[in-house]
Each structure stands twice: as structure tokens, then as C-alpha cells.
Design a binder for this molecule. Structure first.
Ligand SMILES: NC(=O)c1ccc[n+]([C@@H]2O[C@H](COP(=O)([O-])OP(=O)(O)OC[C@H]3O[C@@H](n4cnc5c(N)ncnc54)[C@H](OP(=O)(O)O)[C@@H]3O)[C@@H](O)[C@H]2O)c1
Length: 169
């Protein structure tokens, strides 16, 4: 099963943090819905899921499998709660998925990167500068750099540019 990390970066290279005053662009959201529908699933961290729910719910994802990672969260109807990135992948693999879509937030993206569980990254560069402090990191202890292969590059509209890389494990 292939794993794709889908994330939005700011124009100054930070990990984008949306909020009521700075919502994600509709173009990036539409692209996320397309990726989730194509994969048939998405994996999400507990805090991002709660933000989605407080903002009116994760929206209309139909038959898409939603996998929530949390060390402590109780069961949630319509959502599979797992305790680790590896457990999320095992669950989706056993359900027959060919692709797993890792949708964030920062802790979840970094946990998958640190554990070497990402095959491809889809990065949307949003036309915004943010003076906040989150980053996508692999593992500062063991990686000085890692070359990746550019698979594609396209504008999504609204000033968003999408970059698609293969990481190679
Ligand atoms: N740029 C983007 O593409 C993007 C996408 C989504 C969200 N965001 C932004 O990211 C921020 C939220 O991200 P976040 O890092 O605060 O939270 P998050 O990654 O959504 O969720 C963190 C929670 O996930 C669980 N978790 C994380 N790693 C785990 C592991 N290895 N094993 C088991 N459970 C694990 C823990 O839940 P428990 O505490 O319940 O154990 C942890 O508190 C927001 O600012 C949001 O706007 C950005």
C-alpha cells in the first residue's frame, strides 16, 4: 500500500496553520476532497479532527474511511480510532486500500515522516506568509538531507501551487 502525505505550506515555507481568521483556500480544500475520494480514506490526528468537528464536521466524505490517531480518544461513530501510525496503516491495508492519505496535522505528519512511513508527499504552497512556528521535519538526529524526486507540479488556482514528490524509503 502506498502512503501519501498531503500538506499545505505557506509561501515562507512554514507548515500552514489555518484558523477562523486564516481559513484554508477553497482550492486546497477541493484538492483534499479529491485526494481523499481517490484514496478512499484519510488519516487524521486527534487535534485536527477536533478542529474539523468544531468547525462543523469533517464534511461530506461519503464512503471515505476516516482513521483518527490518538493515544487516548474513545470510539467515535463512523470513525476508526487507532493508537499509532503503524496501526492506521495496518487497518487500511487489511481493508484492501491501495493508498493511504495522511492529512495532518503537524504531529501526525511528523510521526509518519520520522518513522519512514511516507512514499510520496503532496505539498500545496499557499499564497500567504505566516509568522507561526510549525515545520515538517523528518528526524533532526538522523537526517541531514534526503533527495526526493519531483513527480509533478501544477497550479490549483487561487494562487496555490501543488508540488508532488516521491520520497523513496
Ligand atoms: N498544513 C496542513 O496541511 C495542515 C493539515 C492539518 C492541520 N494543520 C494544522 O496543524 C495544527 C494541528 O496539528 P497538531 O500537530 O497540533 O495536532 P494533530 O497532529 O492533528 O493531532 C495531534 C494528536 O494526535 C495524536 N498523535 C500524534 N502523534 C501520535 C502518535 N505517534 N501516536 C499516537 N497518537 C498520536 C495525539 O492525540 P492524543 O493527545 O489524543 O493522544 C496528539 O495530541 C493546526 O494548527 C492545524 O491548522 C495543518
Amino acid at each position: 500500500m502506498k502512503t501519501i502525505l498531503w500538506a499545505t505550506l505557506t509561501a515562507n515555507g512554514n507548515y500552514a496553520q489555518s484558523g477562523p481568521d486564516n481559513p484554508p483556500t477553497k482550492e486546497a480544500l477541493a484538492d483534499f476532497v479529491t485526494h481523499a475520494a481517490a484514496a478512499g480514506n484519510f488519516i487524521v490526528g486527534r487535534r485536527t479532527f477536533e478542529n474539523l468537528r468544531n468547525g462543523g464536521g469533517p464534511g461530506s466524505f461519503g464512503e471515505v474511511d476516516i482513521v483518527l490517531i490518538s493515544k487516548h480518544a474513545a470510539d467515535i461513530p463512523g470513525v476508526k480510532v487507532v493508537r499509532s501510525p503503524q496501526e492506521a496503516l495496518t487497518y487500511l491495508r487489511q481493508k484492501g486500500h491501495q493508498t493511504a492519505l495522511i492529512s495532518g496535522g503537524a504531529d501526525i505528519h511528523n510521526a509518519f515522516l520520522e518513522q519512514g512511513l511516507v512514499d510520496e508527499v503532496v505539498l500545496n504552497v499557499a499564497p500567504v506568509l505566516e509568522g507561526k512556528g510549525l515545520n515538517l521535519l523528518i528526524d533532526r538526529e538522523h537526517y541531514r538531507f534526503k533527495h526526493v524526486e519531483l513527480l509533478g507540479c501544477r497550479p490549483l488556482g487561487g494562487g496555490v501551487v501543488q508540488l508532488h514528490y516521491a520520497i523513496g524509503r
